[in-house]
Structure formats: C-alpha cells, structure tokens
Design a protein around this ligand. Structure first.
Ligand SMILES: Nc1nc2c(c(=O)[nH]1)N[C@H]1C(S)=C(S)[C@@H](COP(=O)(O)O)O[C@H]1N2
Ligand SMILES: [Mo]
Length: 197
C-alpha cells in the first residue's frame, strides 16, 4: 500500500484525503485528446470483446443498455495533475458484459474509434472497477469527453479510461497501448504516482 499523507500540507491548507499525491482539484472538466473527436452515432455504435481464442462478443447500443446501466459516483485523476472528486456517471459495468465471455487471459487492450489504445490487467476492470460510461453529470456524455461511450476506470490515471471505446481485445501477454508506448507508466495507479516509466 502507498503511504497517504493526512491532515495538512506544508502550506497549512487542509488537504483532502481523497486527493492522491501530486494532484490538485480541477473545477472545470479539462479535455485531453490525442487527436480529433470521432463522430460516432449510437445507431452505428458497437462494442466488441474478442477473446484470446478469437471468439467475438458484440453489443449494439440497445444491447449495451439492456446489459444494465447503473449510477457511478467516483473520483477521477489525470496524470497531468488534475483530479475531480465525486463525479457522477451512468454506465454499464464491464462485469455485466463479461458474464458471457470465457477467457483465461490476464490483460485487455481497449480500442477506441479513432485508433487510441490502452492496456489494462483484466482483474482490474472486473468486480465493479470499470464501466462503459454513457452519461456524465446527468447528461449524455459529451463527444469531446468520449461520447457516446467511454471506458471509465477511476482507480487508474484517466488515460486508461479510453474515450469513444469500441472494444476490448483479451491478451495472454501484456502489451503497451498508445500512451504506454510513449513512456506513460504501464499500470498507472494514482496512489503510487505511477505516472511515467
Ligand atoms: N480515445 C481516446 N481516449 C482517451 C484519450 C485520447 O486521446 N483518446 N486521452 C486520455 C487521457 S490522456 C485523458 S487524461 C482522458 C481525458 O478525458 P477527458 O478529455 O474527458 O478529460 O482521456 C483519456 N482517453
Ligand atoms: Mo491524461
């Protein structure tokens, strides 16, 4: 476990226990995209999970909603040092989609419309730790924030929360995604400050 400083910072200001080391609170919701915002209509949207043996599981928009949408209140942390506490989302837990998936793989590569990728350990996106988010703050997710649907993995730095997500590929061996190839940490735990490597 990482060591979390409680109480007061050197400047004498009270520090929120929910704020990981090196983070400051953002009032607005910054947009960070490596490329242009892809236009994805829910009519044509689909999400695929491909297993290590090549089996494809597919959901269209209605099938995603039918899998069960829930409210999520969570803190988010960007590697560029901003955090937002208590943000409100609605989304489908990945657990609901993985109910029909058989796999022994240890890792997933998330793929986005537009080409972005990011890698994650499978066990860290199950058990209520990750969602396909479709609403933010009571509204359909803004395209610049990943609408119609993005991955939401709040326990890791926000670059792991792939915007415009279109699928997961299960991998037996871990491989770096887009930012991970450019020196971002392979794992990205904000409480351990796993920023770069
Ligand atoms: N498809 C895609 N997803 C992405 C990114 C991106 O460039 N493309 N940027 C990542 C990074 S670095 C961050 S910090 C968050 C930013 O999400 P936001 O723009 O909603 O704040 O999205 C992540 N997901
Ligand atoms: Mo980021």
């Amino acid at each position: 476990m990482s060591f979390i400083t409680r109480g007061f910072t050197g400047r004498g200001r009270e520090r929120d226990d929910r704020l990981p080391p090196g983070q400051t609170l953002a009032r607005d919701f910054p947009v960070l995209s490596a490329g242009p915002t892809p236009e994805v209509d829910t009519d044509e949207w689909e999400f695929t999970i491909r297993t290590e043996s090549g089996v494809e599981h597919r959901w269209d928009w209605q099938a995603l909603l039918d899998a069960g949408v829930e409210d999520v209140e969570t803190d988010i942390h960007c590697v560029t040092h901003w955090s937002k506490l208590g943000t409100s989302w609605r989304g489908v837990p990945l657990d609901a989609l993985f109910e029909e998936v058989e796999t022994d793989a240890g890792y997933v590569m998330a793929h986005s419309y537009g080409g972005y990728t990011t890698n994650l350990p499978l066990e860290e996106v199950l058990d209520g730790q990750a969602w396909i988010a479709i609403d933010y703050d009571g509204e359909p997710l803004d395209p610049e924030h990943g609408g119609p649907a993005r991955l939401l993995v709040p326990k890791l730095y926000f670059w792991k929360s792939a915007k415009w997500v279109r699928g997961l590929v299960l991998m037996e061996d871990d491989q770096p995604g887009f930012w991970e190839q450019y020196g971002y940490h392979n794992h990205g735990d904000p409480w351990r400050e796993e920023r770069y490597w």
